[in-house]
Design a protein around this ligand. Structure first.
Ligand code: C2E
Ligand code: CA
Ligand code: CA
Ligand code: CA
Length: 276
């Protein structure tokens, strides 16, 4: 038994080393990805339910690895956050989004809001307001705007400090959405004080909301609370017609999900806008 215990130890150690090695490789390659142009932004439509039109796009990062092919953000964003690489990576995303708005100048029939995911680390450890100001000055967006999406977990860093940062950015004309609402840490008290413009109800609540009574109760309460706090509501991960009907009936403002469109390249997204 002793021998087996020891073997198991060796086994787990090896597993842990493999995991650490995998992360180290991704870190190394991610650095290359930034400098060697392997990253791209995709765009997923967000539909305004009052107007039945695409008014927003969520920008989602993709990594086209030269050997491994397409790598999705859930497989590298957490590693980038752990290693600090999220700071240069996040900077790249900001520039890419503003460059895209500049590239689309004069090609859009109506203004487009681009929703940009920002890691709490970027809010706390970088001068985001300077980065944004520099990107705005460089690209001078005229046909659209950028909205920042942050998860509730940002509040762990001390709500007062976060509020100060967000207020400063608000003065630059930025808007903010709470991402993955309902899954993380948030205090109702601070929700009210923070300069948020809306919240995104996490896909976990939206999926089968039409038939799951617990979810239905929660989603209705979230929409009502949001509206009472003067926040817009975006439902994420809408995949089925029944979910859409539930959300429409309960006065949700915006929807996003595979039912309306998956994230697509900038080129395909522009086509989508032209067809509406
Ligand atoms: P998120 O911000 O919650 O983004 C929504 C995710 O849900 C996206 O996954 C999107 O493709 C997926 N999704 C949208 N509609 C549906 C649907 O109807 N059904 C299902 N099953 N999924 C749907 P994606 O693109 O893989 O991104 C995963 C996460 O990676 C994002 O979650 C976000 O947390 C992070 N991420 C993506 N791009 C960036 C970025 O540029 N910066 C940062 N910091 N994080 C990013
Ligand atoms: Ca998001
Ligand atoms: Ca989300
Ligand atoms: Ca998420």
């Amino acid at each position: 038994a002793k021998a087996r215990g020891r073997n198991q130890h060796v086994f787990f150690d090896r597993k842990m080393n493999e995991e650490a090695e995998r992360k180290a490789i991704i870190e190394q390659e991610l650095l290359q990805a930034i400098t060697e142009n392997q990253l791209a932004m995709h765009f997923q439509p967000v539909i305004d339910l009052h107007r039945n039109r695409i008014t927003h796009a969520e920008a989602l990062i993709r990594w086209n690895h030269p050997e491994k092919g397409l790598i999705m953000p859930d497989d590298f964003i957490p590693i980038a956050e752990e290693s600090g690489l999220i700071i240069p990576l996040g900077g790249w995303v900001i520039d890419a989004v503003y460059n895209q708005l500049a590239e689309w100048r004069g090609q859009l029939n109506e203004p487009l809001q681009i929703c940009l995911n920002v890691s709490p680390i970027q809010i706390v450890h970088t001068n985001l307001e300077h980065q944004l100001q520099a990107a705005i000055d460089r690209s001078e967006p005229t046909d659209g705007n950028v909205i920042i999406e942050i998860t509730e977990n940002v509040m762990i860093e001390g709500p007062e400090r976060i509020k100060e940062k967000l207020d400063t950015m608000k003065q630059l004309g930025m808007s903010f959405l709470i991402d993955d609402f309902g899954t993380g840490f948030s205090s109702m008290r601070f929700l009210k004080k923070m300069p948020f413009d809306g919240l995104k109800i996490d896909r976990g609540f939206v999926s089968h909301v039409d038939s799951d009574n617990d979810k239905a109760v929660l989603v209705k309460a979230m929409i009502e609370m949001a509206h009472n706090l003067n926040l817009k509501v975006i439902a994420e991960g809408v995949e089925r017609q029944e979910e859409l009907e539930f959300l429409r009936f309960h006065d949700c403002d915006y929807v996003q999900g595979y039912l309306f469109g998956r994230p697509v390249s900038a080129h395909e997204f522009l086509e989508l806008l032209r067809k509406q």
